[in-house]
Ligand binder design. Structure first.
Ligand code: FAD
Length: 345
């Protein structure tokens, strides 16, 4: 049986391990943290990622941990005024998760003995295939692309998850100076994120309800630098494949970072089903580079506008959001969401 080592037990690494096992590989995941876990924040997966999880055979078990978020259709100003309202049939909901619960659902698909925690890997391990899913600060990126760019700081995001007892619809509120995103979570909880280049969380204290209430209902708040990576020329070298943020860290403005990691995992496993490792990695590279480069560029552009403190930019965004025809909205999201995963069986 061919053997793969996956470095990194994040969403990308775990999905890769599940997909590789599905095509009959033996897999060991090495994770540097003493235990496998994710932070106390939320994230959403769009249809492209959910279809990829279906292809691996775990879509429904993962969906059981999600709430439907109308964030894609409820676009607001800080006064609370709606620029657009979610409409069934026109807008498509996202699947919103508590990160730890999504991560736990993936973890549950792997046998205990597959995962070795407390293992920081600094040299390329011996295996038929090495999947470097070691995140935005990847140790292995430079083994694949020696002059790889460094991740660049784009802005800052504060995030939190409320205690139970909060009922919200998903929504996205435009600044100026930043954006505030809300997703409902199962169990009458909500998660939120405030992205800004120069502001602080105090700025949103006077934004529309329920924003101040969500801050008060969140026992802890995380502050993260938002980084992204200039597109790499390749994700593979010899028998090593970069996957997820190690390959293409993107800003969260399209909610596609983890989605793309999941797409990577399924594409890699499908390519390996019928090919040698070298041939499969060439296919993986060919398929993943253009798609992930597009996502990086789209996310960066959206982020620049979303956290802009220019009143002019803000006015243009607000006006165009109100006026943009449904067909144009559909076209731009279709490029991301209408992805069909390759078959794994
Ligand atoms: C504020 C914010 C909001 C986001 N929202 C969304 C969203 O709504 N939807 C979405 O799809 N994406 C979102 N993302 C992006 C998403 O979180 C990432 O793209 C995704 O988690 C990347 O997963 P990964 O497995 O590639 O990397 P990581 O999750 O970073 O996992 C890498 C793992 O590798 C381990 N590791 C690192 N180095 C080593 C080593 N040398 N040896 C062993 N182990 C190692 C780390 O400990 C870690 O566990 C968001 C990101 C941020 C910052």
């Amino acid at each position: 049986m061919p053997e793969a080592v996956v470095v990194g037990g994040g969403i990308g690494g775990l999905t890769a391990a599940i997909a590789l096992r599905k095509i009959g590989w033996a897999v060991t995941v090495f994770e540097q943290a003493p235990e496998l876990r994710e932070v106390g924040a939320g994230l959403s997966l769009a249809a492209n990622a959910m279809r990829a999880l279906d292809a691996v055979g775990i879509g429904d078990r993962v969906r059981a941990h999600a709430a439907a978020s109308q964030v894609t259709g409820n676009l607001r100003l800080k006064s609370g005024k709606y620029l657009r309202r979610f409409r069934e049939g026109r807008d498509v909901a996202l699947a919103a998760f508590h990160r730890a619960e999504l991560h736990g659902a993936l973890r549950a698909e792997l046998p205990e003995e597959c995962i070795e925690t407390g293992r920081h890997i600094s040299e390329i391990p011996e295996a038929d295939l090495v999947v470097a899913a070691d995140g935005v600060h990847s140790t292995f990126r430079e083994s694949v692309v020696p002059d790889a760019p460094r991740p660049a700081r784009r802005y800052v995001a504060w995030r939190g998850v409320t205690e139970p007892g909060v009922k919200v619809d998903g929504s996205f509120t435009f600044g100026p100076g930043g954006y505030f995103m809300i997703h409902p979570l199962p169990g009458e909880r909500a998660c939120w994120a405030y992205g800004t280049r120069t502001g602080t969380l105090d700025d949103v204290r006077d934004w529309h309800a329920p924003i101040p209430e969500l801050l008060d209902a969140s026992p802890s708040v995380l502050r993260n630098e938002i980084l992204d990576l200039d597109p790499l020329p390749t994700y593979v070298r010899d028998n090593v494949a970069l996957l997820g943020d190690a390959a293409h860290a993107v800003t969260p403005d399209l909610g596609q970072g983890a989605c793309q990691a999941i797409e990577d995992a399924v594409t890699l496993a499908a390519a390996l089903r019928t090919r040698s490792v070298r041939a499969a990695l060439a296919v993986y590279d060919r398929e993943r580079l253009p798609r992930t480069h597009l996502v990086t560029r789209m996310a960066r552009r959206k982020g620049q506008v979303g956290v802009s403190s220019s009143r002019l930019v803000f006015g243009l965004v607000a006006a165009s959001t109100r006026l943009v025809p449904d067909t144009a909205v559909r076209r731009s999201t279709a490029r991301l969401w209408d992805w069909t995963p390759p078959r794994l069986s």
